[in-house]
Write a protein that binds this ligand. Structure first.
Ligand SMILES: [Zn+2]
Length: 312
């Protein structure tokens, strides 16, 4: 282990004997009885292993027992990580500068003990395909790339005859911006590729549902639920495939807000695929001029071919 102070937090003195790591009490902690052992903190940059930290502290005049106590106190307060030195070293300079804030944020937001190293590896290994036109796909691609995800912008593959295998490379996840014809989306279900629907129009941003094929509500489930409430929905949907408002009612603020929410949901899935995300069986919706995203539930529909509904 190469102990490092959890990145993103600043050590600050409260008095001669008390040090506070971080400003906001929701993230940081205060340690009392620190005294001269504070010098140990300066050594926690992830460049030394534990024994080297103790040895360097001794050279600075901190007795071994005191240095060890300091490490124990910091570890007990959750302030130490095992710095992912190999992962960070392997990154080219420019990429490293871009991704260090990602690591710091992951380390704090999720209290990852490896400083976000595993998360970064997952992001680099995941290939996310983004399809659709307008400003959203490019903006979402940019945020995901900056977050360390491998992004691929391409239209959805056409539906294949049943049983025919997909030509590689197959994406691990697909982001569908705007409306898509049903056949390629059904192909995603057949190929078991998780996907996220994203749209912005009529001054409303919608992110979701995030579809785990066969497990959570799919886009067709939502259309069936809408048809239950409004029998004219299929007719309206058919017209939407051919006509769009020009210009679309999606301003710069809505574009950015939807982009951030969509990227956050993709990262939630890529980082922790075992956890249920807020956009599963749901849409997250922002209605301007409001500022608050609202979650709208969409259970899987019993009549849908995706078989996600327990009643199907
Ligand atoms: Zn369905």
């Amino acid at each position: 282990m190469r102990p490092a102070l959890r990145p993103g937090l600043l050590p600050l003195w409260r008095d001669r004997d008390t040090i506070q790591i971080g400003v906001d009490p929701r993230r940081g902690a205060a340690l009392t009885g620190v005294g001269t052992a504070a010098a140990v903190i300066e050594l926690l940059d992830g460049s030394r292993d534990r024994a080297q930290v103790i040895a360097a502290a001794t050279e600075l005049g901190v007795p071994v027992e005191l240095a060890e106590r300091m490490l124990t106190l910091l570890a007990g307060a959750g302030m130490l990580i095992d710095f992912p030195a190999a992962t960070v070293r392997a990154l080219p300079d420019e990429r490293r500068q871009l991704l260090l804030p990602e690591l710091a944020a992951a380390s704090l937001a999720r209290m990852d003990s490896d400083g976000g190293g595993q998360m970064l590896a997952r992001r680099a290994a995941a290939t996310v395909q983004i399809s659709g036109d307008g400003p959203l796909p490019a903006a979402i691609a940019q945020v995901l790339t900056s977050s360390g995800v491998t992004v691929w912008r391409a239209p959805l593959a056409q539906a294949r005859p049943q049983g025919e295998r997909a030509a590689p490379p197959a994406p691990a996840f697909v982001v569908l911006t705007g409306l898509h014809p049903p056949e390629p989306v059904i192909q995603l279900l057949r190929d078991q590729i998780p996907h996220l629907a994203v749209s912005a129009g009529e001054a409303i941003g919608t992110v979701g549902p995030l579809v785990r094929p066969g497990t959570t509500a799919c886009l067709r489930c939502l259309d069936l639920a809408r048809t239950d409430r409004d029998p004219a929905w299929p007719l309206i949907l058919a017209q939407l495939g051919r006509r769009r408002p020009d210009p679309p009612a999606c301003d710069a603020v809505l574009t950015v807000a939807v982009t951030a929410q969509a990227a956050a949901q993709v990262l939630h899935f890529v980082d922790r695929p075992e956890l249920t995300g807020p956009a599963e069986n749901a849409t997250l919706e922002l209605v301007q001029p409001g500022w608050q995203w609202r979650r709208r539930s969409w259970p899987a529909h019993a009549a849908c071919i995706c078989c996600a509904s327990p009643a199907a």
